[in-house]
Write a protein that binds this ligand. Structure first.
Ligand SMILES: [Zn+2]
Length: 89
């Protein structure tokens, strides 16, 4: 399963967006993308993650002040580059 983005507190992963979200077929999203990637499919979700990661991180930190780190999967960045979406940023 590809995790597109995750945030961490001192002990563990505090939230993430992964295939469970972007491949979802049922409504209801509680993950850090706040529904933006929900059911969007991997391609679009990768693009969204690249574009909105900063916003999602800001929001995650607002909601949970113990968040210390975040990660965006390298393959999300590589895929976005391959698709030439960097020019749109
Ligand atoms: Zn998500």
């Amino acid at each position: 399963m590809t995790t597109l983005m995750a945030v961490y507190d001192a002990d563990s992963c505090a939230g993430q967006c992964d295939a469970e979200c972007y491949d979802a077929t049922k409504p209801g999203c509680g993950c850090i993308c706040a529904g933006r990637n929900h059911g969007a499919g991997k391609k679009r979700a990768v693009r969204n993650t690249r574009k909105y990661a900063d916003q999602w991180l800001d929001r995650a930190i607002e909601a949970n002040s113990s968040i210390l780190a975040a990660s965006i999967m390298p393959d999300a960045q590589a895929l976005a580059r391959m698709e030439g979406t960097e020019a749109e940023l």
